[in-house]
Design a protein around this ligand. Structure first.
Ligand code: NAD
Ligand code: TYD
Length: 338
């Protein structure tokens, strides 16, 4: 029997990598991709599979019950990637985050409950735990989201859990660390710095540049999500991490090294307000079940930098011609860069 899954947010960074991987690795599955095409959602991210008969794209909002009902028809499982995802944007205005990352999750869960979906994977984030000075968060750690993005994701995360605890909707929740790889919208640290450096523009490093993130290649993340979709236990949370903790300045230096660009491009700028110092996850629970990351960070980062070098046709139109990106960049960095 054919398995048909609903993927939301499939035109974004991680969602598009996931859709491509599922179509390649599960030849008898069909994928319905429901995406609103916000600034971060790009049809070109999945241009190579657009004509695959096992793939269907639906443009729509996860906050709309009618749209979700239509897209979910005939599906046995759903994976919810759709979200507003950028911390810095949530600091300029949090309303869209509450809408999509909380209310959208509610709409999806209600429909999942109504149609009796067999599996619902809620893609959460390590940011729900907040910052940790030493050691690593396990799935049992207390949630302490400290910015509006993280808080909205924590709301969606706990709502999903509540629908399992209350109604036995077969929910599984994943909390991944910072992803990197191809097709990441060029406002996040790595693609922003690579594309700025390629044009000899400043790299706006926040604060002292020593905040730590735990980097995970998007392919390893996608493999983990597929693993949890097929093998995760209902009502459970799974941390997903690459185990690659790096200070932002280390990432920045490595990007410059691969590109052969000078350190003089680095501009230390005013810090992000409420900037979480360090994220660190213990992913032992998922590793014990058999998943493990395969991409070494050094190789993955270098390949990622080269992907942006080779795919200028993908990012240049966003940075040069997308009025939304330019407006955002000016608002976020205009005063900082002077
Ligand atoms: P992204 O911003 O690249 O893409 C988000 C996608 O969701 C876009 O295609 C957008 O059009 C779509 N979308 C937004 N609002 C929508 C709505 N109301 N209805 C339908 N579609 C909508 O995000 P990403 O980096 O690929 O992240 C995907 C998921 O993974 C998010 O849930 C995010 O919180 C989570 N996550 C991301 C990271 C990371 O490092 N990027 C880490 C951990 C977890
Ligand atoms: P980001 O990619 O926005 O992911 P997140 O905030 O979800 O971790 O940022 C990663 C780190 O890089 C974070 O510590 C903030 C820092 N950063 C900068 O120093 N300058 C920038 O211009 C951006 C976008 C991020």
């Amino acid at each position: 029997m054919t398995t048909r899954i609903l993927v939301t947010g499939g035109c974004g960074f991680i969602g598009s990598n996931f859709v491509r991987m599922v179509l390649a690795e599960r030849p008898d599955w069909e994928v319905v991709n429901l995406d609103k095409l916000t600034y971060a959602g790009r049809l070109e991210n999945l241009a190579d599979v657009a004509r695959d008969p096992r793939y269907r794209f639906v443009r729509g909002d996860i906050c709309s019950p009618e749209t979700v009902r239509d897209a979910m028809t005939g599906c046995t499982a759903a994976v919810n990637f759709a979200a507003e995802t950028h911390v810095d944007r949530s600091l300029l205005g949090a309303a869209h985050f509450i809408e999509t990352d909380m209310k959208g999750v509610l709409v999806l869960l209600e429909e999942a409950r109504r149609v009796g979906l067999q599996r619902f994977v809620q893609i959460s984030t390590d940011e729900v735990y907040g910052s940790i000075a030493q050691g690593s968060f396990t799935e049992e750690s207390v949630l302490n989201p400290r910015n509006p993005y993280a808080a909205s994701k924590a709301g969606g995360d706990r709502l999903a859990f509540a629908y399992w605890a209350t109604y036995k909707v077969p929910v599984v929740i994943t909390r991944a660390s910072n992803n990197y790889g191809p097709f990441q919208y060029p406002e996040k640290l790595i693609p922003l710095f690579v594309t700025n450096a390629l044009r000899d523009e400043s790299l706006p490093l926040y604060g002292d540049g020593r905040n730590v993130r735990d980097w995970l290649h998007v392919a390893d993340h996608c493999r983990a999500v597929l693993f949890v979709l097929e093998h995760g236990a209902e009502g459970e949370v799974y941390n997903i991490a690459g185990g690659n903790e790096r200070e932002n300045i280390e990432i920045t230096n490595e990007v410059l090294r691969v590109l052969g660009k000078p350190a003089s491009l680095i501009r230390k700028v005013e810090d992000r307000v409420g900037h979480d110092r360090r994220y660190s996850l213990d992913a032992g629970k998922l590793r014990r079940l058999g998943w493990e990351p395969r991409v070494s960070f050094e190789r993955g980062l270098e390949e990622t930098v080269r992907w942006y070098v080779e795919h200028e046709a993908w990012w240049r139109p966003i940075k040069d011609h997308d009025g939304e990106f330019r407006r955002y960049y000016q608002e976020q960095y205009g005063a900082r860069l002077g």
